[in-house]
Structures are given as structure tokens and as C-alpha cells.
Design a protein around this ligand. Structure first.
Ligand code: NAD
Ligand code: DAU
Length: 337
């Protein structure tokens, strides 16, 4: 198998590539990534000398660049590349439309042009919008995205659906809940709170902190994507989740407890605009049809994540001293110096 992975230098993509190197060592991986602020080749350190791994820097929204990157041997595509942070999409949606919408269509066109087999589109539970206190997102829950990020992902899901219906492309869509684990860019809730707590900085919780997310260990999501690639049925959607619903405040308290830091570090800040109240996933279809399941629960995953961020301070300190520092100052009104 020659597999093209887009966005492989990001959080989930790099975990996916590392999983494949361990579990499908004979596969040949082509990682195509534009290396935006969130793409970091350090996430794949050590693979440079692997004869079954190639990296090409290219933008998925640029057809010519992508055509040059895609060699004749590629059999399938797993598409992770995206602008992924909701707060940035609220600030400026343009990169989200370009990468997430146009980029997905460019890839679909190329997959059709080259007659590729499987196309796995990695999407998100956020396309379903927000739940109240009850209920779960199922694959047939209507799409009702609320942020520019989730609207761009929902658009890309519809383009994938259209490619299946119109052109018969062999594509599947996966929709997963909130991931956490090693190599997550420290703009996202868990790594941001771990890094701030380690530095005894304030932990900025949006609004009441009572919004609920379902947390999944990143490698469990990656295993789900691999199952979808190998066993998914053309045109189907599969939800993945971690069966770990938690309020944000409970997540932050758990981080503080594991680090032995005081709750007084928590500060409630202005709420996110259009902040979705609750995400919760019914992943019964993936469990029944693909054999999907989580391997660890939240407490253990959080302990592993905290250990990773403790052991990799250089990694996140380099990020926080670079361009991300400007974003932090703009968004939270504080300097990370
Ligand atoms: P990330 O922001 O950590 O990584 C995104 C990667 O895509 C980066 O390496 C970046 O350089 C690359 N990229 C961005 N624009 C590109 C472009 N135009 N061309 C080529 N590469 C480009 O994101 P992540 O958290 O790893 O998410 C990966 C995918 O999984 C996304 O599609 C996201 O919507 C989806 N997803 C994420 C989560 C989550 O909790 N993080 C949950 C469900 C689904
Ligand atoms: O559900 C899947 C989605 O999960 C993915 O599609 C997205 O790519 C990913 O970023 C994530 O989106 P969220 O918006 O849920 O994740 P984030 O880590 O930004 O925020 C998680 C919750 O924590 C959310 O309710 C907002 C809150 N939050 C976040 C930040 C960054 C805070 O309270 N304070 C913060 O500083």
C-alpha cells in the first residue's frame, strides 16, 4: 500500500503516521503538509531516514502543487489537513474556507482523476452543532454547524458526499470527538492548561466552564481512522468518541489535581462566541461495523498526556515563544514572556 496522508505534520496526522509505522511497517507513506503554524516536522522526528516514509511540502488547495506531489503509485488518501481551531475561525474564517473547503475539493478531484481507491475524510462531531443536556450525535443527526470552523468542515463533508454520489468515488467520512494526547498544539484546551499550570500562569476558562466535550485518546481516534480505511463501506459515515463526557471545568480541575497545583489558578474569561454547549457521541455503528473501541479512559490518558508535556517542555516552549505568542497576546490580552 502506498498511502498519502495530508496534514501529517499536525497533531492527529503525526500520531496516525507513527501508528502506521508500528502497525503497518510495509506500507509506504507519503505525508503532504503545507507546514502552517500548526504543522511541525519535529512531530515526526526520527522518520526522516525511514525508506518507507516521504514528506512533500504542498498546499492542498493548490492543484498544481498537489498534482506534483502525488506520485503514480499512491493507492489511497487519508485527509487530515485542515485549519482546526474554532477560536481562530471566529477571528478570521478565510483560511478555513480555503483549506477545509477548497482543499478538500481539490483532493477529491485529484483522487478521481487518478482513479484512486479509498479516500478517508477525517471530519468532526462539531458538524452536528450543539446538544442540550440529553441525547447523543448519531450519523443521521442533521448537520447544524455553529462556528466558521465547523461550517467549513460540514461543507467539506457535503463535497465528499457529492463525490461519492456523482462520481462514484470510494470515500468514507469519519466524525470524531475531542482528541487529546502527545503533540497537540498548545492552543487547544488540554495542552494550553497543562502548559499554563506548569508555569503557574492563569488558566483561562471560557464563560461558566460548564460546556461539555467528549474526550478521546488520540491514538484511539487514529485506530478508528485505520479501521475506516481498511473496513469502512463506500459512502458511509462513522462516528468515533471516547465515552468520556466532561465539563471543561472538570477537565481543568483534573489537570490541576494531577499536577498538584491550586484551583486558584483558574480564571473565568469572556465566553467564546456561539460556544457550543455539549458534544456527545454515539459510536455504536463504528463499534458494531468496524470493531472500533477506546483503549483507555480519561484519567489514564490525561496522566500520559501530562507526562508527555512534562517530558517535552522544549517542544511546547519553542511554540509558545514563536508566532503563537502574538496570537496569545491578541486573544487572551497577556504576554507569554
Ligand atoms: P492540527 O491543526 O494540529 O494540524 C493540521 C495540519 O494540517 C497541520 O500539520 C497543518 O500544517 C496542515 N495544513 C493546514 N492547512 C494545510 C493546507 N492548506 N495544505 C496542507 N496542509 C495543511 O489539526 P488536528 O487537530 O491534528 O486535526 C486534524 C484533522 O482532524 C482536521 O481535519 C480536524 O478537523 C480533524 N479533527 C480534529 C479533532 C481534534 O480534537 N483535534 C477532532 C475531530 C476531528
Ligand atoms: O469536537 C472535535 C473538535 O474538538 C475538533 O473538530 C476541533 O478541531 C478541535 O479544536 C476541538 O474543538 P473545541 O472547540 O471543542 O476544542 P478547544 O480545545 O478549542 O476547546 C475545548 C473546550 O474548552 C471548548 O468548550 C472551549 C473551551 N476552552 C478552550 C480554550 C482554548 C476554554 O474554556 N478556554 C480556552 O482557552
Amino acid at each position: 500500500m502506498r498511502l498519502m496522508v495530508t496534514g501529517g505534520a499536525g497533531f492527529i496526522g503525526s500520531n496516525f503516521i507513527r501508528l502506521l509505522r508500528r502497525e503497518r511497517p510495509d506500507w509506504r507513506i507519503l505525508n503532504v503538509d503545507a507546514l502552517t503554524y500548526a504543522g511541525n516536522l519535529e512531530n515526526l522526528a526520527g522518520l526522516e531516514r525511514d525508506p518507507n516514509y516521504d514528506f512533500v511540502r504542498a498546499d492542498v488547495a493548490d492543484p498544481a502543487g498537489l498534482r506534483a506531489a502525488l506520485d503514480d503509485e499512491v493507492d489511497a488518501i487519508v485527509h487530515f489537513a485542515a485549519e482546526s481551531h474554532v477560536d481562530r475561525s471566529i477571528e478570521d474564517a478565510s483560511a478555513f474556507l480555503r483549506t477545509n473547503v477548497i482543499g478538500t475539493q481539490v483532493l477529491l478531484d485529484l483522487a478521481r482523476e487518478r482513479g484512486l481507491g479509498r479516500f478517508v475524510h477525517v471530519s468532526t462531531d462539531e458538524v452536528y452543532g450543539s446538544l442540550g443536556a440529553e441525547g447523543l450525535f448519531r450519523e443521521d443527526t442533521p448537520l447544524a454547524p455553529n462556528s466558521p470552523y465547523s461550517a467549513s468542515k460540514a461543507s467539506s463533508d457535503l463535497l465528499v458526499r457529492a463525490a461519492v454520489e456523482t462520481h462514484g468515488l470510494d470515500a468514507v467520512i469519519t466524525r470524531c470527538s475531542n482528541n487529546y494526547g502527545p503533540y497537540q498544539f498548545p492552543e487547544k484546551l488540554i495542552p494550553l492548561m497543562i502548559a499554563n499550570a506548569l508555569e503557574d500562569r492563569k488558566l483561562p476558562v471560557y464563560g461558566s466552564g460548564l460546556n461539555v466535550r467528549d474526550w478521546i485518546w488520540v491514538e484511539d481516534h487514529c485506530r478508528g481512522v485505520l479501521l475506516a480505511l481498511e473496513k469502512g463501506k463506500k459512502g458511509e459515515v462513522y462516528n468515533f468518541g471516547g465515552r468520556s463526557e466532561m465539563t471543561n471545568i472538570a477537565v481543568v480541575e483534573a489537570i490541576l489535581a494531577q499536577l498538584g497545583k491550586p484551583s486558584s489558578l483558574i480564571t473565568h474569561v469572556e465566553d467564546r462566541k456561539g460556544h457550543d454547549l455539549r458534544y456527545a457521541i454515539d459510536c455504536g455503528k463504528a463499534e458494531r461495523e468496524l470493531g472500533f473501541g477506546r483503549s483507555i479512559g480519561f484519567e489514564e490518558g490525561l496522566a500520559r498526556t501530562i507526562a508527555w508535556y512534562r517530558d517535552h517542555e522544549d517542544w511546547w516552549r519553542r511554540i509558545r515563544s514563536g508566532a503563537y505568542r502574538d496570537y496569545y497576546a491578541r486573544h487572551y490580552g497577556e504576554d507569554l514572556a
